[in-house]
Design a protein around this ligand. Structure first.
Ligand SMILES: Nc1ncnc2c1ncn2[C@@H]1O[C@H](COP(=O)(O)OP(=O)(O)O)[C@@H](O)[C@H]1O
Ligand SMILES: C[C@@](O)(CCOP(=O)(O)O)CC(=O)O
Ligand SMILES: [Mg+2]
Length: 362
Protein backbone atom coordinates (compact mmCIF):
# COMPACT_ATOMS: atom_id res chain seq x y z
CA UNK A 1 0.00 0.00 0.00
CA UNK A 2 1.40 3.40 -1.04
CA UNK A 3 0.66 6.53 1.02
CA UNK A 4 1.18 10.22 0.18
CA UNK A 5 3.82 12.35 1.91
CA UNK A 6 2.42 14.92 4.34
CA UNK A 7 3.17 17.38 7.14
CA UNK A 8 0.97 18.13 10.15
CA UNK A 9 1.48 20.04 13.39
CA UNK A 10 -0.36 20.54 16.70
CA UNK A 11 0.06 23.05 19.54
CA UNK A 12 0.87 22.50 23.19
CA UNK A 13 -1.36 23.94 25.90
CA UNK A 14 -1.40 25.69 29.24
CA UNK A 15 -4.14 24.92 31.75
CA UNK A 16 -5.28 28.10 33.52
CA UNK A 17 -7.42 26.22 36.05
CA UNK A 18 -8.78 22.71 36.54
CA UNK A 19 -5.83 20.34 36.07
CA UNK A 20 -6.39 17.02 37.86
CA UNK A 21 -9.94 18.03 38.88
CA UNK A 22 -10.87 17.71 35.18
CA UNK A 23 -9.97 14.00 35.31
CA UNK A 24 -12.74 13.67 37.92
CA UNK A 25 -15.44 15.44 35.91
CA UNK A 26 -14.76 19.08 36.89
CA UNK A 27 -14.37 22.13 34.62
CA UNK A 28 -10.96 23.08 33.19
CA UNK A 29 -9.95 26.18 31.22
CA UNK A 30 -7.08 25.65 28.81
CA UNK A 31 -5.42 27.58 26.03
CA UNK A 32 -3.13 26.61 23.15
CA UNK A 33 0.47 27.83 22.99
CA UNK A 34 2.57 29.00 20.08
CA UNK A 35 4.91 26.09 20.78
CA UNK A 36 4.11 23.19 18.48
CA UNK A 37 4.90 19.58 17.62
CA UNK A 38 5.53 18.81 13.92
CA UNK A 39 5.24 15.54 12.04
CA UNK A 40 6.48 14.55 8.59
CA UNK A 41 5.21 11.34 7.03
CA UNK A 42 7.12 9.96 4.05
CA UNK A 43 6.11 6.98 1.95
CA UNK A 44 8.77 4.26 1.54
CA UNK A 45 9.09 1.05 -0.40
CA UNK A 46 11.44 -0.85 1.93
CA UNK A 47 8.79 -2.99 3.63
CA UNK A 48 9.51 -1.21 6.91
CA UNK A 49 7.99 1.31 9.31
CA UNK A 50 10.56 3.77 10.66
CA UNK A 51 10.05 6.33 13.41
CA UNK A 52 12.44 9.19 14.17
CA UNK A 53 11.83 11.03 17.44
CA UNK A 54 14.83 13.38 17.83
CA UNK A 55 13.52 15.04 21.04
CA UNK A 56 13.82 11.74 22.88
CA UNK A 57 16.77 10.27 20.90
CA UNK A 58 14.68 7.49 19.45
CA UNK A 59 15.26 6.15 15.93
CA UNK A 60 13.66 2.76 15.29
CA UNK A 61 12.31 0.61 12.50
CA UNK A 62 10.21 -2.54 12.28
CA UNK A 63 9.63 -5.00 9.42
CA UNK A 64 6.06 -4.97 8.13
CA UNK A 65 6.08 -8.78 8.21
CA UNK A 66 6.67 -8.68 12.02
CA UNK A 67 3.97 -6.08 12.59
CA UNK A 68 1.40 -8.00 10.51
CA UNK A 69 1.52 -10.87 12.98
CA UNK A 70 0.31 -8.61 15.78
CA UNK A 71 -3.13 -7.88 14.30
CA UNK A 72 -5.85 -10.38 13.75
CA UNK A 73 -8.74 -8.21 12.61
CA UNK A 74 -9.58 -5.43 10.15
CA UNK A 75 -9.49 -1.67 10.72
CA UNK A 76 -10.94 -0.45 14.03
CA UNK A 77 -13.76 2.08 13.88
CA UNK A 78 -14.76 1.91 17.55
CA UNK A 79 -12.57 4.45 19.33
CA UNK A 80 -14.21 4.79 22.73
CA UNK A 81 -11.87 2.49 24.63
CA UNK A 82 -8.48 0.87 24.13
CA UNK A 83 -8.14 -2.58 22.60
CA UNK A 84 -6.55 -4.20 25.67
CA UNK A 85 -5.46 -7.30 23.74
CA UNK A 86 -3.58 -5.26 21.12
CA UNK A 87 -1.92 -3.20 23.89
CA UNK A 88 -0.86 -6.42 25.64
CA UNK A 89 0.61 -7.88 22.43
CA UNK A 90 2.42 -4.62 21.64
CA UNK A 91 3.88 -4.44 25.15
CA UNK A 92 5.21 -7.96 24.71
CA UNK A 93 6.51 -7.12 21.20
CA UNK A 94 8.51 -4.06 22.30
CA UNK A 95 9.38 -5.60 25.67
CA UNK A 96 7.78 -3.07 27.98
CA UNK A 97 6.04 -3.90 31.24
CA UNK A 98 2.65 -2.54 32.27
CA UNK A 99 4.05 -0.15 34.90
CA UNK A 100 6.82 1.22 32.67
CA UNK A 101 7.18 5.00 32.41
CA UNK A 102 10.00 4.89 29.88
CA UNK A 103 9.62 7.89 27.55
CA UNK A 104 10.72 6.05 24.45
CA UNK A 105 8.59 2.93 25.11
CA UNK A 106 5.45 5.03 25.68
CA UNK A 107 6.06 6.98 22.45
CA UNK A 108 6.61 3.75 20.47
CA UNK A 109 3.66 1.99 22.03
CA UNK A 110 1.24 4.79 21.22
CA UNK A 111 2.57 5.07 17.66
CA UNK A 112 2.34 1.32 16.97
CA UNK A 113 -1.11 1.14 18.57
CA UNK A 114 -2.50 3.90 16.33
CA UNK A 115 -0.73 2.58 13.21
CA UNK A 116 -1.99 -0.99 13.64
CA UNK A 117 -5.48 0.09 14.75
CA UNK A 118 -5.92 2.37 11.75
CA UNK A 119 -4.52 0.01 9.10
CA UNK A 120 -5.67 -3.27 10.66
CA UNK A 121 -4.70 -6.60 9.21
CA UNK A 122 -5.08 -5.29 5.67
CA UNK A 123 -2.12 -4.04 3.71
CA UNK A 124 0.26 -2.16 6.02
CA UNK A 125 2.01 0.81 4.35
CA UNK A 126 5.76 1.21 4.40
CA UNK A 127 6.53 4.66 5.79
CA UNK A 128 8.93 6.87 7.75
CA UNK A 129 7.55 9.16 10.38
CA UNK A 130 9.56 11.99 11.92
CA UNK A 131 8.15 13.92 14.89
CA UNK A 132 9.92 16.88 16.51
CA UNK A 133 8.71 19.49 18.97
CA UNK A 134 9.28 22.95 20.38
CA UNK A 135 7.62 21.75 23.59
CA UNK A 136 9.61 20.41 26.52
CA UNK A 137 8.78 16.72 27.01
CA UNK A 138 7.07 15.91 30.31
CA UNK A 139 6.81 19.48 31.63
CA UNK A 140 3.05 20.09 31.80
CA UNK A 141 2.61 21.78 28.41
CA UNK A 142 0.81 18.87 26.76
CA UNK A 143 3.66 17.42 24.70
CA UNK A 144 2.06 13.96 24.92
CA UNK A 145 -1.22 15.29 23.54
CA UNK A 146 0.45 17.29 20.73
CA UNK A 147 2.38 14.11 19.80
CA UNK A 148 -0.80 12.01 19.85
CA UNK A 149 -2.76 14.58 17.81
CA UNK A 150 -0.02 14.66 15.14
CA UNK A 151 0.10 10.84 14.99
CA UNK A 152 -3.69 10.55 14.78
CA UNK A 153 -4.04 13.23 12.08
CA UNK A 154 -1.20 11.86 9.94
CA UNK A 155 -2.22 8.21 10.17
CA UNK A 156 -5.90 8.99 9.55
CA UNK A 157 -4.85 10.87 6.39
CA UNK A 158 -2.56 8.05 5.31
CA UNK A 159 -5.34 5.49 5.81
CA UNK A 160 -7.75 7.60 3.73
CA UNK A 161 -10.17 8.17 6.65
CA UNK A 162 -9.78 11.96 6.31
CA UNK A 163 -8.50 14.08 3.39
CA UNK A 164 -4.88 15.28 3.30
CA UNK A 165 -4.32 18.58 5.16
CA UNK A 166 -3.42 20.57 2.02
CA UNK A 167 -4.09 20.01 -1.66
CA UNK A 168 -1.48 21.23 -4.13
CA UNK A 169 -3.39 24.37 -5.14
CA UNK A 170 -4.39 25.39 -1.59
CA UNK A 171 -2.46 27.74 0.68
CA UNK A 172 -4.53 26.98 3.76
CA UNK A 173 -7.08 24.30 4.53
CA UNK A 174 -9.28 23.18 7.40
CA UNK A 175 -10.64 19.83 8.36
CA UNK A 176 -14.37 19.88 9.03
CA UNK A 177 -15.79 19.39 12.52
CA UNK A 178 -16.45 15.68 11.99
CA UNK A 179 -12.88 15.08 10.80
CA UNK A 180 -11.47 17.02 13.77
CA UNK A 181 -13.62 14.92 16.12
CA UNK A 182 -12.17 11.77 14.58
CA UNK A 183 -8.60 13.08 15.00
CA UNK A 184 -9.40 14.04 18.60
CA UNK A 185 -10.86 10.64 19.46
CA UNK A 186 -7.82 8.76 18.11
CA UNK A 187 -5.45 11.22 19.81
CA UNK A 188 -7.29 10.42 23.05
CA UNK A 189 -6.34 6.75 22.54
CA UNK A 190 -2.68 7.79 22.25
CA UNK A 191 -3.05 9.81 25.46
CA UNK A 192 -4.62 6.79 27.20
CA UNK A 193 -1.51 4.77 26.41
CA UNK A 194 0.85 7.51 27.65
CA UNK A 195 -1.20 8.80 30.63
CA UNK A 196 -3.34 5.88 31.75
CA UNK A 197 -6.42 7.96 32.58
CA UNK A 198 -6.50 11.25 30.65
CA UNK A 199 -9.41 13.68 30.82
CA UNK A 200 -9.13 14.56 27.13
CA UNK A 201 -8.60 18.30 27.68
CA UNK A 202 -5.04 18.29 26.31
CA UNK A 203 -5.86 16.48 23.07
CA UNK A 204 -8.91 18.75 22.60
CA UNK A 205 -6.68 21.86 22.74
CA UNK A 206 -4.13 20.13 20.51
CA UNK A 207 -6.86 19.39 17.95
CA UNK A 208 -8.90 22.64 17.99
CA UNK A 209 -6.43 25.21 19.36
CA UNK A 210 -7.57 28.49 20.93
CA UNK A 211 -9.02 28.70 24.41
CA UNK A 212 -11.63 26.28 25.64
CA UNK A 213 -13.74 25.15 28.55
CA UNK A 214 -13.68 21.38 29.04
CA UNK A 215 -16.13 19.42 31.16
CA UNK A 216 -16.53 15.64 31.06
CA UNK A 217 -15.62 15.35 27.39
CA UNK A 218 -17.69 18.40 26.39
CA UNK A 219 -15.60 21.02 24.61
CA UNK A 220 -16.78 24.62 24.47
CA UNK A 221 -14.52 27.04 22.55
CA UNK A 222 -14.21 30.41 24.35
CA UNK A 223 -14.04 32.97 21.58
CA UNK A 224 -14.58 36.11 23.73
CA UNK A 225 -11.59 36.29 26.05
CA UNK A 226 -9.38 39.26 26.94
CA UNK A 227 -5.72 39.33 25.97
CA UNK A 228 -3.82 38.04 29.00
CA UNK A 229 -0.04 38.11 29.36
CA UNK A 230 1.14 34.91 30.97
CA UNK A 231 4.72 34.01 31.82
CA UNK A 232 5.68 30.36 31.47
CA UNK A 233 8.49 29.12 33.68
CA UNK A 234 9.96 25.64 33.41
CA UNK A 235 11.33 24.38 36.75
CA UNK A 236 13.03 21.64 34.68
CA UNK A 237 12.14 19.16 37.40
CA UNK A 238 11.18 15.97 35.54
CA UNK A 239 7.94 14.19 36.40
CA UNK A 240 5.36 11.86 34.88
CA UNK A 241 1.74 12.84 34.29
CA UNK A 242 0.72 9.18 34.64
CA UNK A 243 2.21 8.87 38.14
CA UNK A 244 0.77 12.20 39.33
CA UNK A 245 -2.73 11.48 38.01
CA UNK A 246 -2.67 8.05 39.70
CA UNK A 247 -1.47 9.65 42.97
CA UNK A 248 -4.40 12.10 43.01
CA UNK A 249 -6.82 9.23 42.39
CA UNK A 250 -5.37 7.29 45.33
CA UNK A 251 -5.75 10.32 47.58
CA UNK A 252 -9.39 10.79 46.54
CA UNK A 253 -10.07 7.10 47.23
CA UNK A 254 -8.33 7.30 50.60
CA UNK A 255 -9.93 10.56 51.81
CA UNK A 256 -13.10 11.07 49.73
CA UNK A 257 -14.80 13.41 52.18
CA UNK A 258 -11.70 15.61 52.29
CA UNK A 259 -10.73 15.54 48.61
CA UNK A 260 -14.13 15.82 46.92
CA UNK A 261 -14.74 19.33 48.34
CA UNK A 262 -11.28 20.31 47.05
CA UNK A 263 -12.24 19.17 43.55
CA UNK A 264 -15.56 21.03 43.83
CA UNK A 265 -13.69 24.16 44.86
CA UNK A 266 -11.39 23.87 41.82
CA UNK A 267 -14.50 23.55 39.67
CA UNK A 268 -15.86 26.77 41.20
CA UNK A 269 -12.51 28.49 40.57
CA UNK A 270 -12.64 27.57 36.86
CA UNK A 271 -16.25 28.82 36.61
CA UNK A 272 -15.45 32.08 38.44
CA UNK A 273 -12.39 32.64 36.26
CA UNK A 274 -14.48 32.08 33.12
CA UNK A 275 -17.04 34.62 34.36
CA UNK A 276 -14.37 37.25 35.12
CA UNK A 277 -12.72 36.71 31.72
CA UNK A 278 -16.05 37.19 30.01
CA UNK A 279 -16.74 40.38 32.03
CA UNK A 280 -13.34 41.69 30.99
CA UNK A 281 -14.42 41.54 27.33
CA UNK A 282 -17.62 43.55 27.81
CA UNK A 283 -16.66 46.20 30.37
CA UNK A 284 -13.52 48.30 30.91
CA UNK A 285 -10.78 46.16 32.47
CA UNK A 286 -10.00 47.28 36.01
CA UNK A 287 -7.46 46.41 38.68
CA UNK A 288 -10.25 44.57 40.49
CA UNK A 289 -10.54 42.07 37.61
CA UNK A 290 -6.82 41.34 38.00
CA UNK A 291 -7.13 41.14 41.79
CA UNK A 292 -9.74 38.38 41.42
CA UNK A 293 -7.75 36.48 38.78
CA UNK A 294 -4.69 36.61 41.06
CA UNK A 295 -6.61 35.37 44.09
CA UNK A 296 -8.01 32.49 42.07
CA UNK A 297 -4.47 31.53 41.04
CA UNK A 298 -3.33 31.53 44.68
CA UNK A 299 -6.29 29.48 45.92
CA UNK A 300 -5.91 26.93 43.13
CA UNK A 301 -2.17 26.56 43.80
CA UNK A 302 -2.98 25.74 47.43
CA UNK A 303 -5.53 23.15 46.30
CA UNK A 304 -2.99 21.56 43.97
CA UNK A 305 -0.58 21.31 46.91
CA UNK A 306 -3.35 19.62 48.91
CA UNK A 307 -3.76 17.13 46.05
CA UNK A 308 -0.06 16.30 46.48
CA UNK A 309 1.14 17.58 43.09
CA UNK A 310 3.28 20.50 44.27
CA UNK A 311 7.08 20.63 44.37
CA UNK A 312 9.63 22.83 46.19
CA UNK A 313 10.71 24.27 42.82
CA UNK A 314 7.12 25.37 42.16
CA UNK A 315 6.90 26.85 45.67
CA UNK A 316 10.06 28.78 44.84
CA UNK A 317 8.49 30.11 41.64
CA UNK A 318 5.45 31.29 43.63
CA UNK A 319 7.64 32.98 46.28
CA UNK A 320 9.99 34.65 43.80
CA UNK A 321 7.17 36.07 41.71
CA UNK A 322 5.08 37.07 44.74
CA UNK A 323 8.02 39.13 45.98
CA UNK A 324 7.40 41.23 42.86
CA UNK A 325 3.64 41.28 43.37
CA UNK A 326 2.95 38.53 40.83
CA UNK A 327 0.87 35.39 41.28
CA UNK A 328 1.80 31.93 39.99
CA UNK A 329 0.51 28.39 39.95
CA UNK A 330 1.66 25.13 38.44
CA UNK A 331 0.18 24.15 35.08
CA UNK A 332 -0.49 20.62 33.82
CA UNK A 333 0.20 17.68 36.08
CA UNK A 334 2.65 19.50 38.41
CA UNK A 335 5.22 17.65 40.54
CA UNK A 336 7.78 19.90 38.80
CA UNK A 337 7.35 20.89 35.17
CA UNK A 338 6.01 24.34 34.34
CA UNK A 339 4.27 27.13 36.20
CA UNK A 340 2.29 30.10 34.90
CA UNK A 341 2.48 33.66 36.22
CA UNK A 342 -0.16 36.26 35.39
CA UNK A 343 1.34 39.58 34.27
CA UNK A 344 -0.60 42.81 34.57
CA UNK A 345 -0.83 44.94 31.39
CA UNK A 346 1.58 47.73 30.69
CA UNK A 347 4.36 46.75 33.10
CA UNK A 348 7.87 45.62 32.18
CA UNK A 349 8.62 42.89 34.65
CA UNK A 350 11.51 41.05 33.14
CA UNK A 351 14.18 43.37 34.48
CA UNK A 352 12.79 42.95 38.00
CA UNK A 353 12.47 39.19 38.01
CA UNK A 354 14.82 37.12 40.05
CA UNK A 355 17.52 35.14 38.21
CA UNK A 356 15.71 31.90 39.07
CA UNK A 357 12.71 32.81 36.95
CA UNK A 358 14.73 34.57 34.22
CA UNK A 359 16.95 31.54 33.63
CA UNK A 360 13.92 29.29 33.21
CA UNK A 361 11.85 31.48 30.92
CA UNK A 362 10.74 30.32 27.48
N1 LIG B 1 8.36 15.10 20.76
C1 LIG B 1 8.08 13.92 21.25
N2 LIG B 1 8.59 12.80 20.70
C2 LIG B 1 8.29 11.61 21.19
N3 LIG B 1 7.49 11.36 22.26
C3 LIG B 1 6.97 12.41 22.86
C4 LIG B 1 7.22 13.73 22.41
N4 LIG B 1 6.56 14.59 23.20
C5 LIG B 1 5.93 13.81 24.14
N5 LIG B 1 6.16 12.52 23.94
C6 LIG B 1 5.63 11.40 24.75
O1 LIG B 1 4.86 11.97 25.81
C7 LIG B 1 5.42 11.63 27.10
C8 LIG B 1 5.31 12.82 28.05
O2 LIG B 1 3.99 12.97 28.42
P1 LIG B 1 3.53 13.60 29.80
O3 LIG B 1 4.18 12.89 30.94
O4 LIG B 1 2.07 13.63 29.73
O5 LIG B 1 4.11 15.09 29.75
P2 LIG B 1 3.54 16.40 29.02
O6 LIG B 1 3.19 17.33 30.14
O7 LIG B 1 4.69 16.96 28.24
O8 LIG B 1 2.37 16.01 28.21
C9 LIG B 1 6.85 11.25 26.82
O9 LIG B 1 7.31 10.31 27.80
C10 LIG B 1 6.75 10.62 25.42
O10 LIG B 1 6.37 9.27 25.53
C1 LIG C 1 -3.26 16.57 35.12
C2 LIG C 1 -4.05 16.71 33.83
O1 LIG C 1 -5.25 17.45 34.14
C3 LIG C 1 -3.29 17.49 32.76
C4 LIG C 1 -1.98 16.85 32.39
O2 LIG C 1 -1.27 17.66 31.48
P1 LIG C 1 0.26 17.36 31.14
O3 LIG C 1 0.35 15.97 30.59
O4 LIG C 1 1.04 17.49 32.41
O5 LIG C 1 0.65 18.37 30.09
C5 LIG C 1 -4.44 15.31 33.35
C6 LIG C 1 -5.55 15.28 32.31
O6 LIG C 1 -6.37 16.22 32.24
O7 LIG C 1 -5.61 14.29 31.58
MG1 LIG D 1 0.69 14.87 28.83
Amino acid sequence: MQVTDLYVSAPGKAILHGEHAVVHGKVALAVSLNLRTYLRLKADTFGKVCINLPNIDTFLSWDLSQLKQLVTYGKRDEVQCLDAELVRRLREFIGVSNGSLDTCSMANLSFLYLYLSLFGSGELPSLTLTVWSELPTGAGLGSSAAYSVCLAAALLCASGAIPPPLKEWEHTARWCQEELELINSWAFQGEMIIHGNPSGVDNAVGTWGGMLRFLAGKIIPLSRVPLLRILLTNTKVPRSTKVLVAGVKDKINKFPSIMVPVLDSVDAISCTCEKVLSEMTCEPITGEHYNILEELIDINQHHLNVMGVGHPALDRLCQVTLAKGLHSKLTGAGGGGCGITLLRPGAFYCAFLNDYVKSNLF
